[in-house]
Ligand binder design. Structure first.
Ligand SMILES: Cc1c2[nH]c(c1CCC(=O)O)Cc1[nH]c(c(CCC(=O)O)c1C)Cc1[nH]c(c(CCC(=O)O)c1C)Cc1[nH]c(c(C)c1CCC(=O)O)C2
Length: 342
């Protein structure tokens, strides 16, 4: 089992060819994904249909032979499991009922209730644990509390996370209670994924970069540390990947401070900088600009090789700096893999 390339990299081993997977590898750039989503009806129905969610998780593994499969679900299922209304407006992204004050936080369901909603996700994990090829690692995931809170407070994605910053300033006590509730729910959710067969878990803090100074410590680092400590206490040996996106200089030291086994890097930091400042503490994951999978050409191959080279002296999992976009050309993924694997 521990021979799987992703698990070897996560345990700190430098591999001659880095293992690879892609954020959003099951997604709209693939015609087979679009067909299965149409069969499910819509995105959320796909997330809650274990057979079809497992099918779309497996599609990129069959097509490309990635080293990891990431559970098909969404970070916003946790707010829904805590009682928020959630829907996806076609072409516009997620919409949720909003939380703006202490009463909104108090009205959330207790953490124990989340499994009533999330049980189908655990069933997806059980199917995948049976069906994945033996060399492929199954990654479970959740949104980090700050990122999830930004959606619960604003009711949608926001360019600057303004509503969440405003609630933090207006009522820090209620805001902190919300972060705590999501933190507790995330621990239970990730634990259940691991019990169902996830071998690694990843925390997505997509909006970590908008937390500055002490706020970064309080609302990005501290919740990650609490979640990782709880997971490691309950499930010793399960590696955790943390993705404090756009953390910039705060990527340095994040693995040590949070307890994560690996830090995922977005493409705003240079691979040379990260090799010196982040990889010295252990495995790193990243960080090809996903736009190169749209534009392709020589730049895709040059940049892929440059990243492999920059991280070649330590443990590295090749990935993108953010999710692959619907406009990406599936042939460019094949070219990227050829540049990595030779
Ligand atoms: C912020 C966030 C969300 N979801 C997620 C994040 C954190 C990572 C990031 O920053 O991208 C994480 C996520 N979302 C999805 C996964 C599945 C695993 C994977 O393939 O990576 C994961 C890990 C599926 C998805 N989640 C979503 C899709 C597209 C939905 C569709 O099929 O129409 C997929 C495949 C929808 C989604 N879900 C979310 C948004 C903002 C959107 C709309 C934007 C978009 O359409 O790309 C919330």
């Amino acid at each position: 089992m521990s021979q799987k390339p992703i698990l070897r990299a996560l345990s700190g081993e430098r591999l001659p060819v880095p293992p690879v997977w892609m954020m959003r590898q099951a997604g709209r750039y693939l015609p087979e994904y679009r067909a299965t989503r149409a069969q499910a009806g819509d995105f959320l129905s796909l997330c809650y249909n274990p057979d079809l969610a497992a099918e779309v998780t497996l599609q990129p593994i069959r097509r490309y032979g990635f080293d990891a499969a990431i559970l098909f679900a969404d970070i916003l299922l946790v707010p829904q499991a805590l009682g928020a209304d959630l829907w996806f407006a076609t072409g516009e992204g997620p919409r949720l009922s909003t939380i703006t004050d202490a009463a909104g936080v108090a009205a959330l369901k207790p953490v124990d209730a989340i499994h009533d909603t999330l049980n189908p996700v655990y069933e997806t994990v059980r199917i995948l644990a049976r069906e994945l090829p033996p060399e492929v690692t199954l990654i479970g995931f959740a949104g980090a509390p700050w990122t999830v809170a930004t959606y619960m407070i604003a009711g949608r994605g926001t360019p600057d996370q303004g509503p969440a910053h405003a609630m933090k300033a207006a009522d820090r006590v209620a805001f902190t209670q919300l972060i705590e509730r999501i933190t507790d729910a995330t621990i239970e959710y990730l634990s259940a994924q691991i019990e169902a067969g996830a071998e690694v878990v990843k925390l997505f803090d997509s909006w970590a970069g908008s937390l500055k100074g002490a706020d970064f410590d309080d609302f990005a680092l501290a919740p990650a540390r609490r979640i990782i400590a709880a997971i490691k206490a309950r499930h010793p040996g399960i590696p955790v990947i943390a993705f404090p996106r756009e953390a910039g200089p705060r990527y340095a030291g994040f693995a040590r401070a949070s307890g994560a086994d690996c830090v995922a890097l977005d493409n705003s930091v240079s691979a040379d900088w990260a090799a010196a400042e982040v990889q010295k503490d252990g495995c790193v994951q990243g960080n090809l600009d996903p736009r190169l999978l749209v534009t392709g050409g020589a730049a895709l191959e040059t940049e892929t090789r440059r990243i492999v080279q920059a991280f070649s002296k330590g443990p590295h999992i090749f990935n993108l700096g953010h999710g692959i976009t619907p406009e990406a050309d599936p042939e460019n993924v094949t070219r990227m893999l050829a540049a990595i694997r030779g």
